[in-house]
Design a protein around this ligand. Structure first.
Ligand code: F6R
Length: 623
């Protein structure tokens, strides 16, 4: 939630910051703002309600000069999305400007205290409390801004990534983090350039930075950094003890974060799935030796051999992939697997023991609830395994071991390639444990490996045959409700299909296990109701055929996803999309693709902004 970008150096900051905000817009787009210190030493703040384009339009003709600046794109938590609540926020004296991602939980008591000391607030945000608190500390302790930031943050409960500009010190930028991500980009030529010509970038993630440098420092929790024009990058903890920065090289390229000829990131990411999944399994699924190589498991073999239970914590789409993972891991390893909504798990008092393995599944690796769930698991001594797409994100860093998806950056807010990446990673996870525990007959294990390696080509087949379902989508554009049905491995696909439709087209949709219909939801079915049935040939095919008959006799309109060559379900359906045959447990990797495309095309037909659906943001770093 919320994106932060910052720059200090010799170039004009404004274009760098605006471009950075565009790249971070997937994190929130309720309002945007920018702060610069111009050549005359004025601390300028410009803010606008709405997207970054609105901010850009509102600054036309304004003074946007300056070689230092911070900027923000907001996903509102405290205070409605209007101009006053947009970041950056000034301190009372207008000497400081601050941007923030996260939530200050004790902001009410801090605000009351500051108001008691005469400070006047201009917004409803928790963020304004931070900037006022820094100023208050500065005044009462007669200290510099860097020290005041430390003092202020020691009084704060909650999560933050912040960046601060100080009008009196236009040569330095201060930033800090706890619980929300922040990366520092170190200018390519910093080591060789003369003093006064070095540059630094800051970003909530690497996307605003990668165009300029691949050298980064991941700020750790409760670290405060001061960077200046002379190449200085001082990092301390909240007690002002100096920390040693670790310089890392980004594994990201610019073309990975651009649309590459597609109209939307979501469509690009749907079509990237065959190559993304190929990369995900490369070097991990070995068809020559029939082995799965996941170092996160092999390096902790004893832990996985003795595990009594696996608990998977996740949210949203990641929770759906976790459910598929549960079915497969239990089948392959005979270890009981539970799937928990991280947001519920973290506030329960779950019975956990050190023989439990807790798996966190998160595309962003930053979801606050999932992060809190693994912190709880660690307190109980559980071994934590992180499955994430974003390298260096908080969840993989907080885990004992784990696996990256390696499906490339996912920018569209609706998750697509990360879902299939998570499913296949959980399948590899199950196979790797089965390999260690020898819970599968060799012949079956080898077949599972061979079939897995065929999935990218089969995904390509789906895309080649159903790539354009825009005509079909138009038929459904005016429907107000949808039902999605599946059984077994395809029940979570029904949930995922319904979620995709809801989030980008704003059409109400529900996913059910098909057999549950008769226990209530079938009352909803009439000739107006489209029912999407995921009915591949294997698994509980005969059972789902009966479920379709029940819908048909209530005049529901059936759109089915079937195995290539299927006749029975096809004849019962009003519309039908085929996918290639694969084993039951791998079917979700194929059946989900037509559902992703269907929701994309319905949303387009309805004129929705598919990459930035209303009220949503890509990375949910607030609870
Ligand atoms: C839906 C979607 C969300 C995320 C959820 C968890 O398309 O993207 O439901 O799956 O917010 O996010 P991660 O996986 O980053 O933890």
């Amino acid at each position: 939630m919320c994106g932060i970008v910052g720059y200090i150096g010799t170039r004009q900051a404004y274009p760098i910051l605006i471009k950075g905000l565009h790249r971070l817009e997937y994190r929130g787009y309720d309002s945007a703002g920018i702060s610069l210190i111009n050549e005359s030493g004025d601390l300028l703040v410009y803010k606008a309600k709405g997207k970054v384009s609105a901010l850009k339009a509102s600054t036309e003709g304004c003074d946007t000069h300056g070689t230092i600046g911070i900027a923000h794109t907001r996903w509102a938590t405290h205070g409605e999305p209007n101009q006053a609540n947009a970041h950056p926020h000034y301190s009372q004296s207008h000497m400081l400007a601050l941007v923030h991602n996260g939530i200050i939980e004790n902001y009410k008591s801090l605000r009351a205290e500051l108001e008691h000391h005469g400070m006047i607030f201009c917004s409803d945000t928790d963020t304004e409390v931070l900037v006022q608190l820094v100023e208050y500390m500065q005044t009462t302790h007669q200290c510099d801004t860097y020290t005041a930031v430390h003092l202020a943050l020691k009084n704060v409960v909650g999560a933050y990534a912040i960046a601060v500009l100080d009008k009196r010190n236009p040569g330095q930028l201060i930033a800090a983090r706890k619980g929300s991500p922040l990366i520092i980009g170190v200018g390519k030529d910093n080591e060789t350039c003369p003093a006064g010509e070095s540059e630094f970038f800051i970003g909530s993630d690497a996307t605003p930075i990668i165009e300029f440098t691949d050298k980064v420092i991941y700020l750790k929790d409760e670290e405060v950094v001061m960077i200046n024009r002379h190449g200085k990058c001082a990092i301390t903890n909240l007690d002002s003890v100096s920390q040693t920065p670790q310089l890392c090289t980004l594994q990201l390229s610019l073309d990975q974060i651009e649309k590459g000829g597609f109209d939307h990131f979501m469509l690009k990411e749907i079509f990237e799935q065959p190559s993304a999944i190929r990369t995900c399994i490369r070097g991990r699924v070995n068809t020559q030796e029939h082995r799965v190589l996941l170092s996160g498991i092999q390096d902790h073999c004893a832990q996985f051999k003795s595990a009594k239970r696996i608990i998977i914590c996740a949210c949203g789409t990641s929770w759906h992939s976790a459910l598929i993972g549960k079915y497969f891991i239990e089948e392959a390893t005979q270890i009981p697997v539970e799937v928990e909504y991280a947001s519920e798990f973290r506030y329960r008092n779950p019975a956990l023991s050190p023989s439990d393995i807790v798996v966190a599944v998160s595309q962003s690796g930053e979801t606050a609830d999932t992060l809190a769930a693994i912190q709880l698991a660690k307190e109980h001594g559980c071994f934590v395994y992180g499955i994430s797409n974003v390298i260096g994100a908080s969840i993989p860093r907080a885990s004992d071991s784990g696996t990256y998806l390696h499906v490339g950056p996912e920018i569209g807010v609706a998750s697509t390639k990360a879902f299939t990446g998570q499913v296949i990673t959980l399948i590899m996870f199950g196979l790797a444990i089965a390999q260690e525990r020898k819970t599968l007959p060799t012949e079956l294990f080898n077949q599972l490996i061979d079939d897995l390696a065929l999935i990218p080509d089969k995904m390509q087949w789906v895309l080649d045959h159903t790539g354009d379902i825009s005509q079909l989508a138009k038929i459904f554009t005016y429907c107000h409700n949808f039902i999605y049905l599946g059984r077994g491995y395809n029940y979570p696909v029904a949930l995922e299909g319904a979620l995709k439709l809801k989030e980008i087209s704003y059409i109400h949709a529900e996913g059910y296990p098909a057999a549950e219909m008769k226990h209530g939801p079938i009352a909803l079915v009439d000739e107006e109701m489209p029912v999407v049935v995921i009915a591949p040939k294997r698994g509980m095919y005969d059972k789902i055929v009966s479920n379709i008959q029940e819908i048909k006799s209530r005049k529901g309109r059936i759109l089915s996803i079937v195995t290539e060559g299927d006749v029975t379900v096809k004849e019962m359906s009003d519309f039908c999309i085929e996918v290639p045959d694969t084993r039951d447990s791998y079917a979700p990797l194929l059946t989900v693709i037509p559902l992703q495309l269907l929701s994309y095309h319905i949303a387009i037909a309805k004129g929705r902004n598919v990459d930035q659906p209303r009220n949503l943001a890509k990375s949910v770093t607030v609870e």
